[in-house]
Design a protein around this ligand. Structure first.
Ligand code: ACM
Length: 714
């Protein structure tokens, strides 16, 4: 899409919102007014809300015009079931023939690709008036995307359920919008994969990247080389029939399945059954630790290529997607360095180093994949000057690497910045653009940036916790990859994310509900309210710090407090907003102060209440210092608030002792940390500076507090 087109789309979008925002009629007339806030995610490329609404009652009916097939029928049935679930209304089943009488008319022009393709046209238009909704699309996949939008438009008030009158024209900004799930480190059963495919479809993601092999597990059945899955997986693998089931399930939802077989490194599990493929004699065992390991395929032996030809050929027949991912990351070549036969081979062929040797390996792989009709895809490391131009680079190292590949004419997708295993907030991922405005790429070069993928690396996820690491944050990434670049209001993203997160539960996702269950187990059936308060203001440590704090293996239980905690604390965000408003908005000080006081009292009380429970639950002993911290944080915040309220400044000694306490509380414990520290620090500093602040206008106040908080961080 051209830049000019983006701009006009955005203008249309913001005009619609502005027009809506200017509406200030009394609530009783709201029926006739356009909506001022929608909760669409991803935001369509163009939305215009109109006057009026289409009622959704039990006489809701649906008709299909144009092209109709089983995939479309199944998609419509799923949508209707969800609409019924939300409204508790029972509709008539089946597609009506008479389109004039239907509440919703869907009209596909054609089937689109039989095997989901990166070329698929996913666009659609949706027009809703007070009489009827019409969804039109060139392909069945476009209709599926539009049906998700239709569901997201559902609203209700005292008069019932309705869809606001609206005109939507929509198409994705990027063609490749994926989610990688690593089931090598931890296996995930079929139902986990399926419910995540449902969630992907709800957010209009279109690539499931199935990371099928790792040092820690070989997870796909091979009929040609059965020792791969039999000896490399602890019995936890997908049969080929199951893989076909997943591929079909994904296809039904307009989602491609790109399989990854990570070689030559990350390959320990291959070598358990076939040590002769390795660059050292073995024997090998399934790796249980996280990290980067030495075992690598031997790129100098013809038997290895013969094996790969047969194995990848078998997989090429199983997986219909045009692309096959061969990994290629993090091979340090230590086994290669120590193998005299490999060294002699390099010398003979004039291969100067391990990078060049891996390029040689990739060139051979490329021939194999070509023979089996696949385009090769790999991580940054496979990018070499003489790599053929039809190879796709997946960048985990950064947008610069991606831009460089695009400049040289290679297709690429971005994953750096979308590593959801690193426990960053949704806002960080949301701001990460595969093609930022200042990329410096020409339009032709920019066209090589196909999109991006969220990566759910599997070191520390189980079937019980994985949804909570993927959702709802991945919805923010889905929006970044679908919506225009200019849709980038973080606060509004969070507002919509909260609504979408609840909607995902209707698909069976467990990201919200499993936390309560895990806390109940930790509390051995006791009241979890206080534990819930504690965990609501904790986040797992970021990046790769978890393992340092909590050395576990792939066999360890993932049922501790850190596993119950979620990566982007909404309670902390809400508290930060309250403190911000309190310090910014002097006239409304008291209403904010009241809410803040309640929250802080809750924290102080929970910390104390938890002592007995922690005492009686050995699995919670590690939480004792956290509970103590929370009490102290709550108490210090309450003191600060009291000083602020009374307009009395505390002593320097008070301030210093409270800041010291916060410094201690800020240190991670049990692989968890408090994201509320800086907000409480603001309260403490504001209280101390009060005599100065009182003489300033509120806007100055706020600036000064911010400066002081930044200063106090050193
Ligand atoms: C990777 O993170 N090594 C792809």
């Amino acid at each position: 899409m051209s830049v000019r087109k983006y701009i006009s789309i955005i203008l249309l979008w913001s005009c619609a919102l502005n027009a809506a925002a200017q509406t200030s009629e009394p609530a009783t007339q709201s029926k006739a007014q356009p909506v001022s806030q929608h909760h669409l995610m991803p935001v369509p490329s163009s939305v215009r809300f109109n006057q009026g609404r289409l009622s959704i009652t039990k006489s809701f009916t649906l008709a299909a015009k144009g092209y109709v097939d089983d995939r479309l029928r199944a998609g419509v049935d799923r949508m209707i079931k969800r609409l019924e679930g939300r409204t508790v209304l029972e509709f008539e089943r089946g597609l009506l023939v008479d389109a004039n009488a239907a509440t919703l008319v869907v009209e596909a022009q054609g089937a689109g690709y039989d095997v989901p393709s990166v070329e698929e046209n996913e666009s659609y238009s949706l027009e809703v008036s007070d009489k009827q909704a019409t969804l039109r699309a060139p392909t069945v996949v476009g209709v599926l995307r539009g049906l998700e939008t239709f569901l997201q438009l559902l609203e209700s008030d005292r008069e019932g359920y309705f869809i606001p009158a609206v005109q939507i024209q929509d198409q994705p900004r990027f063609r490749w919008r994926g989610l990688l799930i690593d089931i090598g480190r931890h296996f995930e059963p079929m139902e986990v994969i399926k419910r995540n495919l449902d969630a992907m479809a709800a957010l209009k993601l279109n690539v499931f990247h199935w990371h099928l092999t790792e040092d820690q597990g070989f997870r796909i059945e091979s009929k040609k080389f059965p020792k791969l899955h039999e000896m490399g997986s602890d019995g936890l693998y997908y049969t080929q029939a199951e893989a076909r089931e997943v591929i079909n399930y994904a296809r039904e939802r307009g989602i491609r399945v790109v399989p990854e077989f990570d070689i030559p490194g990350h390959a320990t599990s291959w070598l358990v059954g076939y040590p002769e493929l390795g660059s050292a004699p073995g024997p090998y065992q399934i790796e249980r630790r996280p990290g980067i390991f030495e075992p690598a395929l031997d790129p100098t032996r013809e038997e290895v290529y013969k094996f790969l030809d047969q194995f990848l050929g078998e997989m090429a027949a199983l997986f219909p997607d045009a692309y096959m991912h061969i990994g290629g990351d993090e091979n340090e070549g230590k086994q290669w360095d120590r193998n005299p036969q490999i060294q002699a081979f390099m010398k003979k062929k004039g291969i100067k180093d391990n990078r060049a040797l891996q390029t040689y390996f990739n060139q051979r792989l490329l021939q194999i994949l070509k023979k089996h009709g696949k385009r090769m895809m790999g991580w940054d490391e496979i990018f070499q000057p003489d790599l053929p131009k039809d190879t796709v680079i997946q960048s985990w190292r950064g947008p610069k690497a991606l831009a460089e590949a695009a400049r040289r004419g290679y297709d690429g997708i971005l994953s750096n910045g979308y590593y959801i295993d690193l426990m960053q907030p949704a806002s960080a991922h949301y701001k990460n653009d595969p093609l930022p405005a200042d990329s410096g790429l020409s339009l032709a070069e920019a066209a090589h940036v196909l999109g991006g993928e969220a990566t759910m690396w599997g070191e520390w996820v189980s079937p019980e916790t994985i949804d909570s690491r993927i959702w709802p944050r991945t919805a923010a990434i889905a929006e970044r990859l679908w919506s225009p670049r200019e849709v980038n209001d973080v606060e509004d993203m969070y507002r919509r994310l909260n609504i979408i997160s609840v909607q995902l539960e209707e698909l069976g996702l467990t990201h919200e509900k499993n936390q309560q269950m895990m806390l109940r187990r930790l509390a051995q059936g006791k009241q979890v309210r206080a534990l819930q308060t504690l965990v609501s203001v904790l986040e797992p440590v970021k990046e790769y710090r978890r393992y340092q704090q909590r050395p576990q293996t792939m066999l360890s239980p993932l049922t501790g407090l850190v596993d119950a905690a979620r990566p982007d604390s909404e309670a902390a965000r809400r508290f930060a907003a309250l403190v911000n408003e309190l310090l910014l908005d002097a006239p409304r000080f008291e209403s904010r102060a009241f809410e803040i006081e309640n929250t802080l009292s809750d924290w102080r009380g929970a910390g104390t209440e938890l002592e007995a429970m922690i005492d009686a639950s050995p699995a919670l002993h590690e939480a004792a210092p956290l509970a103590n911290d929370l009490s102290q944080i709550g108490a210090a915040g309450l003191e600060a608030l009291s000083f602020l309220r009374r307009g009395v400044a505390p002593s320097t000694q008070w301030r210093d002792s409270r800041l010291l306490m916060l410094e201690q509380a800020a240190k991670p414990k049990a692989a968890l940390e408090f994201p509320i520290i800086s907000s409480v620090k603001e309260l403490i500093i504001a209280a101390y500076e009060l005599p100065q602040l009182k003489t300033m206008p509120p806007s100055e106040w706020r600036k000064r507090v911010k400066q002081l908080v930044v200063g106090a961080k050193q």
